[in-house]
Design a protein around this ligand. Structure first.
Ligand code: ADP
Ligand code: MG
Ligand code: ZN
Ligand code: ZN
Length: 279
C-alpha cells in the first residue's frame, strides 16, 4: 500500500498545464519519512557512519528536467505502463524505447530509435514515455520537439540575428533528443540544411536521438516488376528517404534501431473516440 495517495509514493505529480505536460514535486516529499526532511541520511559501513544525500533531494532536479523536456499537454498519460502493443512491431518498438530509457548510461549513450507508422498508432506515445522515464526516473536531460516547432525555432533564431547553429545549440547538446514527425511539412532548403547539421552533430557526438515519422522507411518504391507510374509517384512521396534526402536518411539508420508499423494498423484516436461514444 502506498503511503501517499496523491503520488503513490513517486514523490512527483504529472499534469496538464496549458500546452504542456508538467511535473511538480508532491507535498509528501517535503516531509520525507526517510530523512525526516533534513535532506541527508546516515549510512553505517564497517563501523563508520557516512552522511549521504537523501533521494528526496533529487526529486526537484528531476521534476525540472521533465519540465525542460517540454512534452505536449496530450502526453500527460503517455507512459510505458499505458502502452499496450497490438502488433509484433509495436511490441518491438516499446521494448527498444524502454531499454533505451532504463539502461541509459551518460558515459556510453546507446543507439536511438526511429519508429514509422500510420497516424494514431502510438509513436508519439512511445517517444514521450521514454523521455518521461529518462527525466523523472533516471535523471537524464532530455528534450522533445515536433518538427514544425523545430523549424519555427530555427526561423525565430534567424530573425533574432542568430546563426543556424546558435538556433539549434540547445538541441545539439541535450543528452537525449526526440524529434517527432520528421519528414512532415515542406521544409525550406535553409531549414533542411539546419536539420542536417543538427543530426550530423548529434551523430558525431554519439548522442541518443529518437525519431517518429508517418512516412515509410521502405528502401525501394515499386519493388518487384512493373509499377504504374502514378502508384510509383505516390509511393515515392510517402518515403522518408525522399523527403529528408539521402544524407539525413542514411545517418538516421546508423544512429537508430528502425521499426516500421504495418500500414494497415488502425488509428487509436478514432477507435478511442468510438469506444467513448459507445459508452
Ligand atoms: N498501443 C497503444 N496502447 C495504448 N494507447 C495507444 C496505443 N497506440 C496509440 N495509443 C493512444 O492513441 C492516441 C494516439 O497515439 P499517438 O502516439 O499520438 O499516435 P501517433 O504519434 O502514432 O500518431 C494516444 O492517446 C495514445 O495514447
Ligand atoms: Mg504523433
Ligand atoms: Zn506524494
Ligand atoms: Zn529525504
Amino acid at each position: 500500500m502506498p503511503v501517499c495517495p496523491s503520488c503513490k509514493d513517486a514523490r512527483y505529480l504529472v499534469e496538464k498545464n496549458g500546452e504542456r505536460t508538467v511535473a511538480k514535486v508532491c507535498a509528501c516529499n517535503e516531509t520525507c519519512t526517510v530523512c525526516g526532511g533534513s535532506g541527508h541520511t546516515f549510512v553505517e559501513e564497517k563501523g563508520y557512519t557516512f552522511v549521504r544525500p537523501c533521494g528526496c533531494r533529487s526529486i526537484a532536479r528531476r521534476v525540472t528536467l521533465f519540465n525542460q523536456a517540454r512534452l505536449p499537454a496530450r502526453a500527460v498519460g503517455f507512459t510505458f505502463e499505458t502502452f499496450t502493443p497490438e502488433t509484433e512491431e509495436q511490441n518491438l518498438a516499446k521494448g527498444v524505447a524502454e531499454t533505451t530509457a532504463r539502461r541509459y548510461r551518460p558515459d556510453s549513450p546507446s543507439k536511438g530509435l526511429i519508429v514509422s507508422g500510420p497516424v494514431g498508432t502510438g509513436k508519439t506515445h512511445l517517444l514521450c514515455a521514454a523521455l518521461r522515464y529518462l527525466t523523472l526516473e533516471v535523471g537524464v536531460p532530455s528534450r522533445y520537439v515536433e518538427i514544425s516547432f523545430l523549424f519555427s525555432e530555427i526561423k525565430n533564431g534567424f530573425q533574432a540575428g542568430k546563426s543556424g547553429l546558435e538556433a539549434i545549440a540547445p538541441l545539439v547538446d541535450v543528452e537525449v533528443l526526440a524529434i517527432d514527425e520528421i519528414g512532415k511539412g515542406r521544409g525550406s532548403g535553409f531549414e533542411l540544411d539546419t536539420l542536417d547539421e543538427l543530426i550530423a552533430r548529434r551523430y558525431n557526438s554519439g548522442r541518443t536521438t529518437l525519431f517518429a515519422t508517418n512516412l515509410s522507411l521502405a528502401a525501394e518504391a515499386g519493388k518487384g516488376g512493373y509499377v504504374d507510374p502514378v502508384v510509383y509517384e505516390q509511393r515515392t512521396q510517402s518515403l522518408l528517404r525522399i523527403k529528408v534526402g539521402e544524407r539525413i536518411y542514411s545517418r538516421l539508420f546508423e544512429m537508430c534501431h528502425a521499426i516500421e508499423f504495418p500500414s494497415n494498423l488502425k488509428d487509436h484516436r478514432k477507435s478511442d473516440k468510438a469506444s467513448l461514444a459507445a459508452k
